[in-house]
Ligand binder design. Structure first.
Ligand code: HSE
Length: 312
């Protein structure tokens, strides 16, 4: 293949009781890649559009993920990469993961390697680890595979794909303040209360059951995070006001998306997601914090090949 274009979506990690292990994939927001065979012998970024990011592949999430894959599957030609970032780094909706999975998915297709999506995850993980400073796969797995995913283990990589209830929607708000993942991890304790850990496991088990049975009321009761949200909420101005506003509009649950500052709310139906998004937005409208909002069904496709050459 001489060229390929790919879309890698945003994702929500840390789905309430599933810190570091449970994530889901969003629709309509993400990164676009165009890869083209070139006469030179290097892998290089021809352009990065939408965000200011290093063009040096050794200093860039997508470049590092690409190098990890090409170390195992070397090529004797050059590749020009154009990356159009649709996700702001540090937003909490898997910006680095989209870049990491998009490039390895595109390379797999372009080089005709025939690797399954699951087999691509370790290469994407190399990019993600560089970006966040720790190895967690709760964004790369849903961004690549789509739907809800559970990371049973990172080493060795063991990902469980979960069903997505057809009428489950997400409202996501991104308050445009900066929170570094490393800072959001620094506020966490190394120990947890035993009783809280039992309740957290019960919530996670019940949430997964609710996904299988499409039991929205069970999902509602289970979307509770006793361990991480209370520690990280103070990093996000107006967090509880936004969360409560979404819940008052009927959201099944709401919490911090990834390491923040974004929040997600899960709802039954699109109308409820729109109401939750508006309610969260109204909180920030009364402040000077700029924000973006998205309403999305659960994207079950994950990263895909597109015909979008013209968007570059
Ligand atoms: N699980 C990760 C964290 C997601 O919260 O630190 C952010 O990359």
């Amino acid at each position: 293949m001489n060229s390929i274009s790919v879309f890698a979506p945003a994702s929500v990690a840390n789905v309430s009781c599933g810190f570091d292990i449970l994530g889901f994939c969003l629709e309509g927001v993400g990164d676009h890649f165009l890869l083209e065979k070139a006469d030179h012998k290097n892998i290089r970024f021809k352009a990065i559009l939408g965000q200011e990011l290093p063009m040096d592949p050794a200093k860039n999430v997508a470049g590092i993920a690409a190098q990890a894959l090409l170390k195992e599957y070397p090529v004797d030609f050059g590749i020009d990469i154009t990356l159009k970032k649709g996700i702001k780094p540090g937003s909490g909706i898997g910006s680095s993961s989209a870049s990491a999975v998009g490039i390895v998915y595109a390379l797999n297709k372009m080089l005709g390697l025939g690797l399954k999506k699951n087999e691509l995850l370790p290469f994407a993980m190399a990019g993600e680890s560089f970006a966040s400073g720790s190895a967690h796969a709760d964004n790369i797995a849903p961004a690549l595979l789509g739907g809800f995913t559970l990371v049973r283990s990172v080493e060795p990589m063991d990902i469980v794909q979960l069903p997505s209830p057809s009428n489950l929607y997400a409202a996501v708000i991104h308050p445009q303040i900066e929170i570094k993942t490393s800072d959001a991890r620094a506020v966490l304790s190394n120990t947890v209360d035993f009783k809280d850990s039992i309740q957290q496991s019960a919530n996670l088990g019940a949430l997964i059951s609710g996904l299988y049975t499409e039991d929205y009321e069970l999902i509602r009761r289970s979307l509770v995070d006793l361990l991480v949200e209370p520690k990280r909420a103070p990093l996000i101005p107006h967090f509880y006001e936004m969360k409560n506003a979404a819940l008052e509009m009927g959201a099944l649950g709401a919490s911090i998306s990834g390491a923040g500052p974004s929040l997600f709310a899960l709802t039954q139906g699109k109308t409820n997601a729109e109401k939750a998004a508006t309610a969260m937005a109204n909180i920030l409208k009364s402040t000077d914090i700029p924000f973006e909002i998205w309403v999305s069904p659960i994207n079950t496709k994950g990263t895909i090949t597109t015909d979008d050459h013209e968007i570059f």
